[in-house]
Design a protein around this ligand. Structure first.
Ligand code: PXG
Length: 296
């Protein structure tokens, strides 16, 4: 049995879920998206993801043809139609069909697509051993050109960085901003620990304000760990005691090697371990229920 996809007000089969070759999301990357997770029948941080989607849309002057409340209903219904409890949800709003020119005024009907699918995650051993990453030469988009806080369909900047990581044979790339400060990864935010202080780049550096990032900052403060949003350089990253990445797909994942330098002792640090534990606990307990009664 295939998937049921929400496409502009209807639930259609995977085979029927088609968009026009004149869609500006396809032609120009003109649109916005979200990636959301459901754990054990509950959607994690749904309101926060919807808020970011609508903020991203506003930033690019894209009017989403559904209210946030309606969108929430459609996300939950898509999960129910696919009988999913643990899932990855991809919400896409594109500018819609226009002509071959750039002009968004020629696109009167934005397209809304919701795909709910089984999740594919990093292998379990990487959470125990940690990832190897590299700092790549592709710089993160400058905010004055295309602000990384907008989760737009234009991900070529990140894909170019991912190509560099692939070429080096590692699963993730650390991107710097134009001034050489650590910004973020291709689909994750970055944290380091130095002298028991948790440090992550501030949003003005030019990063996506990750929802997992916000959750981790909150969890750390609750644990009594001091957290600072501060810039740091690759050299400071190499000399850190611990390093991890955060994202909806990866959750909290340790990094133990950067550009061949061993981080800390080369094993997953204590603060990282604690935050992985606390984050997992939260995903199991909090969230918007998909099914009214969780019994059946
Ligand atoms: N930075 C960027 C550039 C992202 O795209 C994050 C950080 C983490 O944000 P959240 O809110 O998820 O904590 C993202 C998230 C995927 C995938 O399937 C993930 C993202 C984008 C595209 C694909 O792994 N992004």
């Amino acid at each position: 049995m295939g998937l049921w996809i929400y496409l502009n007000g209807e639930y259609v089969s995977e085979e029927e879920a088609k968009i026009s070759v004149f869609d500006h999301g396809f032609l120009y990357g003109d649109g916005v998206f979200e990636g959301i997770r459901a754990y054990g029948g509950k959607v994690f941080k749904l309101e926060e993801h919807l808020k970011r989607l609508y903020d991203s849309a506003r930033a690019i002057a894209l009017k989403i043809p559904l209210s946030k409340e309606e969108m929430k209903g459609k996300v939950l219904e898509t999960l129910r139609r696919n009988k999913l409890k643990d899932a990855y949800i991809r919400l896409v709003v594109s500018r819609g069909k226009g002509d071959l020119g750039l002009d968004p005024l020629k696109c009167p009907h934005p397209e809304v697509i919701i795909i709910a699918h089984k999740i594919s995650i990093y292998p379990k051993e990487l959470y125990e051993k940690g990832l190897e990453v590299v700092v790549v030469s592709t710089r993160r988009n400058i905010p004055s050109a295309l602000d990384p806080c907008v989760k737009s369909l234009n991900y070529l900047n990140n894909i170019l960085a991912k190509i560099e990581a692939n070429y080096k044979g590692v699963p993730e790339a650390i991107m710097l901003n134009k001034d050489g400060y650590v910004a973020e990864c291709t689909g994750d935010n970055v944290f380091i620990v130095k002298n028991k202080v948790l440090i992550t780049p501030p949003t003005w550096v030019g990063i996506l304000k990750g929802i997992t990032r916000d959750v981790v900052i909150h969890l750390a403060r609750k644990e009594g760990i001091s957290v600072r949003e501060e810039v740091f350089t690759p050299a400071e990253l190499y000399a850190s005691d611990e390093c991890f990445l955060t994202g909806t797909a990866a959750e909290v994942i340790p990094v133990t090697r950067v550009d061949g330098r061993i981080i800390g002792e080369g094993k997953v640090g204590e603060i990282t371990k604690k935050l992985i534990r606390q984050f997992r606990r939260l995903t199991q307990t909090e969230g918007t229920p998909i099914y009214e009664s969780q019994g059946g």
